[in-house]
Design a binder for this molecule. Structure first.
Ligand SMILES: C[S@@+](CC[C@H](N)C(=O)[O-])C[C@H]1O[C@@H](n2cnc3c(N)ncnc32)[C@H](O)[C@@H]1O
Length: 333
């Protein structure tokens, strides 16, 4: 992002000039730095103005932002549900439902300009059990990002692994449920979405974090290091095959298509413990996740002592992402 660095005495005159020529970048504020005035100008600014030096604006201060909704409405005339923009610093990820695809380039151009982005990606969804993201570059190619939430930091390459900001509350909720000295198993650890907040904000004795995708595992290791947590045991492997029996007090199943792993989760419990089972469920069969947990427990000869379900977020039209909390007692081993 460019700016003009000018002496105070001529700043007002220069400001008027770039404003008149339509070359001032209105998304950033004019500011003072080391006795000079810094006037933001649009990228591609190529005028020579006496007494003004073109510099890189290293510490931009943005004006009150129009939000993404206003940008979309101003271009498409309406704002459908499931349109979304996430910002990781100056890298953006945009989701557009089919009806907005015709406006894609105009929306992208305005979003990049308005937020001063280095890169903007179009999120085309996630695929398969590994939930690999399909990202289309709309502007730039920067894809390594660092995201902070709940006092944790996550570093990842957004073209290689998925990240879901919508589950932020759920991650802290589970972390708060963990009792002192518990052994926790995170069956689908990803880059540490649950593992890191649990390790950081609870007094778990150990958090076993299993992840099958080497790309995610790489960032899991990185995030364990970045967050300075010492009670995590990362495991590169398939939760269907690498999980021993009878060692955990709590199992987190943070994958929305993981019904077939329920029996592994239950058998990982010591004689009694909690399973947090996630599922994407159409609203017309809302009781399905609870039934699935009950059925899996029954097949294992285990008893459900307590069970409840809560919504994590809207997933798609008429489909919810929910989590079932089940306290289960294993009767036979
Ligand atoms: C949906 S992501 C985790 C999302 C997370 N719950 C959140 O809130 O953002 C699921 C992770 O499970 C991993 N995974 C899929 N199948 C697996 C398996 N059989 N064993 C271990 N990990 C698996 C994927 O690679 C992915 O990193």
């Amino acid at each position: 992002m460019k700016a003009l660095r000018v002496r105070k005495e001529i700043a007002e005159e220069v400001r008027r000039k770039v404003e008149r020529l339509g070359l001032k970048d209105r998304s950033r504020r004019i500011r003072f730095e080391d006795g000079y005035v810094i006037i933001p100008v649009v990228d591609g600014f190529d005028l020579e103005i006496e007494g003004a030096e073109v510099v890189e604006d290293a510490n931009p201060v943005f004006r009150e932002r129009r939000n993404f909704r206003e940008i979309v409405e101003s271009i498409a005339g309406h704002y459908p549900r499931y349109a979304d923009l996430k910002l990781f610093g100056r890298v953006g990820v945009m989701k557009l439902p089919g009806e907005l695809m015709g406006y894609r380039d105009r929306i992208a151009e305005e979003v990049v300009r308005h937020y001063g982005l280095k890169a903007l990606w179009l999120d085309r969804g996630r695929h398969g059990m590994l939930r690999k993201p399909e990202m289309e570059p709309l502007f730039g190619d920067e894809s390594m990002v660092e995201h902070r939430e709940n006092g944790c930091v996550f570093r990842f390459d957004l073209t290689k692994v998925m990240y879901s900001q919508g589950n932020q509350y759920e991650k802290m909720r589970v972390a708060r449920l963990v009792g002192d000295g518990e052994v926790v198993l995170d069956m689908f650890a990803g880059i540490g979405y649950f593992t890191i907040p649990v390790a950081k904000h609870s007094r778990a004795r150990r958090v076993y974090a299993v992840e099958i995708n080497p790309d995610s595992y790489f960032f899991l290791l990185e995030n364990v290091r970045l967050n300075g947590v010492r009670n995590v045991v990362p495991i590169l492997g398939d939760s269907m095959h690498v999980i021993p029996e009878s060692f955990a007090d709590r199992v987190i199943m943070g994958h929305i298509y993981a019904e077939q792993f329920l029996q592994n989760a239950i058998s990982a419990l010591r004689d009694e413990g909690w399973v947090h089972y996630h599922e994407a469920v159409p609203v017309r069969v809302l009781e399905r996740p609870v039934e699935r947990v009950r059925r899996a427990a029954e097949r294992m000869g285990a008893r459900v002592i307590e069970i409840g379900m809560r919504k994590v977020k809207n997933y798609a039209p008429n489909v919810l992402h929910v989590v079932v909390d089940a306290r289960i007692k294993r009767l036979s081993k």
